[in-house]
Ligand binder design. Structure first.
Ligand code: UD1
Length: 368
């Protein structure tokens, strides 16, 4: 039996590996898998809580590679993953998304001559100041199987010279997870969730997430965005679960968001889903939330200059507005007037992307 090593490192990876692990566990595909956790994210609220809630089997092996500079983090992951690969336990390494763990493990596997599959391949923001863009380009340039979530990914990869038969438009595994968890939430008793208490207190609210270095590491940019949030919150209370990087910089730069921006600790998947699915609007710099809001038809204002997920703008509810406070406020005012973008769910965002991936993996591994 062939074994796939699934790499998980940081929070946005966990929602993507959950449906893949589920599909692999489905009987009769003749594939085994191991979960390799790099330890890039390590706090319980950024990590363990997702394994529990999303039904991901516990990792078979964990490294402690979190923290430090990008080079330090990437190097620590590479050293640990090389030892893992040398043990000969993997016939294929599957990486997801665009975090440092994705990059580090792809390079190591490839040099050990282990085939690499990349899930969420081909996305491009065109912004080389974004660490994730470098991770995407390097990973795709060496990956053997490229699983793509939206048509722009296919055209980007073909333009970069990838062979057509290595590129598979399968849909978005994160939407598989979203549909699965939304249905679970619909059947659950939500009264004990802390987000339910917030919903009861603020019947109309927006949600905010911000953690990109370009937004929160620069005091001038973070202050301008913070100013816009403070003004919007006078019309619509904003609930803001705060990433550890963002929390540190809010304090360091002494940014006061005012009383109507409600700060919480990072939320678990279910807590956050329970909150944003009924929000008036999401203001975010996350990649995943741009897609998830499109999938459920919630208006999304993206506080970035670009997006690597253009289908959320072309077909979905996403508007990319940059960091100019006037534009952020204008976009929010439009949503508040009931003129937010309407959208439709993109093709193949149907909850079955992981099944398609597993079928292709089975075929490919059988022929090797
Ligand atoms: C990483 C990903 C980013 C993703 C984000 C989601 C890269 C290049 N970036 O960014 O694409 O959108 O995760 O969260 O891989 N920290 C903690 N506890 C944790 C994790 C992080 O306190 O569990 C703090 C540490 O101070 C750490 C800092 O946050 O140094 C940044 O963490 P890091 O993993 O380097 O990047 P993120 O900003 O989380």
């Amino acid at each position: 039996m062939k074994t796939i090593a699934i790499v998980a490192g940081a929070r946005p990876n966990f929602m993507k590996i959950a449906p893949i692990a589920r599909a692999l566990r489905g009987s009769g595909n003749g594939l085994a898998f191991s979960i390799v956790h790099t330890g890039q994210h390590y706090d319980h609220e950024m990590n363990g809580v997702f394994f529990e809630e999303l039904g991901i089997p516990p990792p078979d092996i964990c490294f402690e590679s979190g923290g430090g500079s990008h080079a330090q983090q990437t190097a620590k992951i590479m050293l640990a993953f090389e030892q893992y690969c040398l043990s000969g336990r993997a016939d294929l390494v599957l990486v997801v998304g665009d975090v440092n763990s994705t990059l580090a493990c792809s390079i190591v596997a490839k040099k050990q001559r282990i085939p690499v599959a990349h899930v969420e391949a081909g996305l491009r923001s065109g912004d080389m100041a974004m660490p994730e863009e470098i991770n995407r380009i390097v990973t795709d340039s060496i990956a053997d199987l490229l699983f793509v979530s939206e048509p722009s990914g296919v055209s980007n990869l073909l333009r970069e010279g990838k062979a057509r038969e290595r590129v598979f438009h399968v849909g978005q595994v994160m939407v598989d997870n979203l549909i699965y968890q939304r249905d679970k939430l619909a059947d659950a008793d939500t009264s004990r969730l802390s987000s339910s208490a917030l919903k009861a207190r603020y019947s109309r609210y927006g949600v905010v997430t911000l953690h990109r270095p370009s937004n929160v590491d620069d005091p001038a940019t973070f202050s301008r965005v913070g100013h816009a949030l403070r003004e919007i919150s006078q019309e619509l209370p904003l609930i803001f679960p705060v990433h550890p990087r963002t929390r540190a910089n809010l304090q360091r730069f002494e940014i006061d968001l005012g009383p109507e921006v409600v700060l919480t600790a990072p939320l678990s998947y279910m807590e956050f889903l329970n909150l944003w699915k009924d929000a008036v609007v999401a203001l975010t710099d996350s990649g995943g939330l741009q897609e998830e809001t499109t999938a459920l038809g919630v208006p999304c204002i993206t506080v970035r200059e670009n997006t690597e997920r253009p289908i959320t703008v072309d077909e979905g509810t996403n508007e990319v507005v940059g960091t100019d406070p006037a534009r952020i406020k204008q976009a929010a005012a439009k949503v508040l007037r009931g003129e937010g973008k309407q959208g439709r769910r993109p093709q193949l965002w149907d909850g079955r992307a992981a099944e398609r991936i597993v079928e292709i993996l089975r075929r490919e591994l059988a022929s090797h």
